[in-house]
Ligand binder design. Structure first.
Ligand SMILES: Cc1ncc(COP(=O)(O)O)c(C=O)c1O
Length: 397
């Protein structure tokens, strides 16, 4: 039995594939340093776990309302309202099984077959399948290390056609760590607002993880006009070390949010009740653990940047947010252009798992996640450097 064309066309997630390979090797007794994985190495803070235990012991065993419990919708609305020029009502929020499912729901109810979705590239690996599953057409707008991997208003203006329905903005970005300032977003907003048929899906999942004093700005928060066009997507996975709890949420204009909730009625019904209680504790409780994790990421980021700067042929733009270093390998010569085999060989020979740039639309790069402990980070960077020295040109041939 074969899947249909749509099923056959869905690519495996490069990040999950590399993590699975690394796990298999680890299970077989190989000491692998996993730079592939996009999740904090910290446990979920205890007060959040306790909130879930209390909820479960108190009987939170059933379905919740599709869009989330009243408590979580209220907590999310209050939290996101701090970001925005308008107050989000709890009814303009829905909660889902991770930010990933929020993105799915929104794209399914915003994009008709043949509609274009504009995405700055490099881009997060799941955007393309999410758009394609809705019948949409990805229009990639390349950005480069030299420009800090940021989309310019001119690029956006030139890309928009009558069929362009959505701009996906991801700030801070996975994989590049690029984060847009208020002035940069305002310049993009001018273009967006000139096209009334264009919505913005603003993926802000890394908004709490920024560096060097960078203050996150939400596209929705620029003005009531941008808020009326924007669907903010966020969640607890990254900042609260809760990737496995599967809670994300989105907020935006009412009719589309209502459609996204109806879509969820018929797909997953709701997010897990216990996880929703945990997420309420994350959003409303003590924020010290977020600061503690951010401090650790900041220290690791400094180490990665220092070590990469000392490696001939490898360059990196300092990430302003998230926990990835997106390294340009093109200075290594042909090796860099072929990043798939580069990463295969890096894993096979040096036992370091990292994600090839082509998965993010940027061949010739490699993404290193520094969401791993400092010891492992240093060990992995040592191996990475040795691998480059030992394979100065093209290690796969
Ligand atoms: C840019 C981006 N958006 C969304 C997600 C999905 O997050 P969640 O775990 O909440 O589904 C990720 C996870 O890697 C991500 O990197």
């Amino acid at each position: 039995m074969q899947p249909n064309k749509r099923g056959a066309g869905i690519p495996a997630s490069a990040t999950l594939t590399i993590s699975a390979k690394a796990r298999q090797m680890t299970a077989a007794g190989v000491d692998v340093v996993n730079f592939g994985v996009g999740q904090p190495d910290f446990p979920t803070p205890p007060h959040i776990v306790e909130a879930a235990v209390t909820a479960l012991q108190g009987g939170a065993h059933g379905y919740t309302p599709t869009a989330g419990t009243p408590a979580i919708r209220e907590a999310v609305a209050a939290n996101l309202s701090k970001l925005s020029a308008v107050d989000y009502a709890p009814t303009s929020v829905f909660v889902s099984n991770g930010a990933k499912q929020c993105l799915h729901n929104l794209i399914q109810v915003l994009v008709d077959p043949g509609d274009e979705v504009v995405v700055p590239s490099p881009f997060w690996v799941s955007y393309e399948p999410i758009v394609q599953l809705a019948g949409g057409v990805m229009k990639l707008l390349p950005t480069h290390l030299a420009d800090g991997f940021k989309l310019t208003p001119d690029q956006l203006r030139e890309a928009i056609t009558e069929r362009t329905k959505v701009l996906i903005l991801n700030s801070p970005s996975n994989p590049t760590g690029a984060a847009y300032s208020a002035a940069e977003l305002e310049a993009l907003a001018e273009v967006v607002l000139a096209h009334p048929h264009l919505a913005v899906v603003s993926d802000e999942i890394y908004r709490r993880l920024t560096y060097d004093g960078f203050t996150h700005v939400s596209f929705a928060g620029l003005s009531p006009e941008t808020a009326a066009r924007t669907f903010v997507v966020d969640g607890v996975s990254k900042a609260y070390a809760m990737t496995g709890w599967r809670i994300g949420y989105a907020a935006g204009p009412a009719e589309v949010i209502a459609a996204a909730i109806r879509y969820q009625d018929h797909t997953t019904s709701c997010a897990s009740a216990g996880s929703q209680a945990a997420a309420v504790a994350a959003l409303t409780g003590d924020q010290t653990p977020v600061a503690t994790m951010l401090k650790a990421f900041t220290e690791r980021r400094a180490v990665v940047l220092e070590r990469i700067a000392a490696m001939d042929g490898v360059s990196v733009h300092p990430p302003q947010g998230a926990f990835y270093a997106f390294c340009d390998l093109q200075g290594l010569g042909p090796v860099g252009e072929d990043d798939g085999p580069f990463c295969d060989n890096l894993l096979a020979q040096a036992h370091v798992a990292a994600v090839p740039g082509y998965a993010f639309g940027a061949p010739g790069h490699v993404r290193i996640s520094f969401a791993c402990g400092m010891d492992r980070l240093v060990e992995g960077l040592d191996r990475f450097e040795r691998f480059i020295h030992e394979n100065p040109r093209n290690p796969q041939r």
